[in-house]
Design a binder for this molecule. Structure first.
Ligand code: SF4
Length: 285
């Protein structure tokens, strides 16, 4: 007990703890208070890499390119086999998402026995399906071939119509089909844009576009009328044999000096100014 008393006596001798001073907050200067608060840097999404913009083709360059195509192949031919406008229409409808070679393999026998809408209708959907079963989407395509044949008989006197709207009204026929038929069967200056033409329009910078219609309209605007009858075939053949999707053969390309593709595998000097003769023109015309 005496021990506890001593401890208490000792504690009471300790100096009293100083009271904690309260620090008043400094007033914010008027100017600083008015200063607008900086917004936090926004977290921007990384933008997509842009396709490099290239110099558009001049009309002289377009003329030069198609002159070379014409010189190399004055009468280009499509590779879809057909016997008349009707079989051409059927072949084009069958060629959607299929190769021309694959379609030809199937249609040779089919067209030998059915080269008119009446004969096709008489053959019937099941038999048509059998003939074309090596082609992708053949069930639906057989249905369309029978339906378009029936419509041709009922509404167009068994003749393939000559207007885009009428061709597009046929089952299985879209804008590309109409353009091919109008061009090949009726000599119209149309531009059918398939995968090859779409690639070339964009890659070369001749007629860039986000979809086939933009490329089609761009090409129609750029290509002089004198080349339009064959332009579609020149571009398809160029895409099929030279400007290949994966490994374009730029070294043997007729228009490699004009092409704007940054990744082309040859670097050649650009087309000389008007009045000068280009090596190609001087070589062959
Ligand atoms: S230069 Fe090459 S990329 Fe350009 S059109 Fe010719 S093949 Fe195609």
């Amino acid at each position: 007990m005496a021990k506890i008393t001593r401890v208490l006596q000792t504690r009471s001798k300790l100096p009293a703890a100083k009271p904690i001073k309260k620090v008043a907050a400094k007033p914010v200067p008027a100017r600083a208070a008015k200063r607008p608060v900086k917004p936090e840097p926004s977290k921007k999404k990384p933008s997509k890499p842009k396709t490099p913009k290239t110099r558009p083709w001049s009309s002289a360059e377009v003329y030069e390119a198609f002159s070379r195509f014409r010189h190399a192949n004055p009468e280009p031919k499509g590779e879809l086999e057909h016997l008349n406008a009707y079989t051409l229409l059927v072949a084009v409808v069958l060629s959607a998402q299929a190769t021309d070679a694959g379609v030809n393999k199937a249609t040779r026998a089919l067209f030998a026995i059915a080269d008119t809408p009446e004969k096709m209708l008489a053959l019937g959907e099941d038999s048509v399906r059998d003939y074309i079963k090596t082609i992708g989407l053949y069930r639906n395509k057989a249905k369309n071939v029978i339906a378009l044949s029936a419509k041709l008989i009922a509404e167009f006197g068994s003749v393939v119509p000559r207007s885009r709207a009428e061709i597009e009204s046929l089952p299985g026929a879209g804008r590309k089909t109409a353009n091919v038929v109008l061009n090949m069967a009726y000599g119209e200056h149309t531009m059918a844009v398939d995968t090859h033409v779409f690639r070339i329009g964009n890659r070369t910078g001749l007629a860039p576009g986000k979809n086939p219609l933009e490329v089609e309209l761009g090409l129609e605007k750029m290509i002089p009328s004198e080349f339009m009858l064959h332009a579609h075939h020149w571009l398809i053949l160029h895409g099929r044999y030279i400007c290949l999707a994966r490994k374009p053969r730029c070294d043997v390309c007729l228009i490699n000096d004009l092409c704007r593709w940054p990744e082309k595998t040859v670097q050649v000097s650009p087309l000389p100014a008007r009045g000068e003769r280009s090596p190609r023109t001087s070589r062959g015309g």
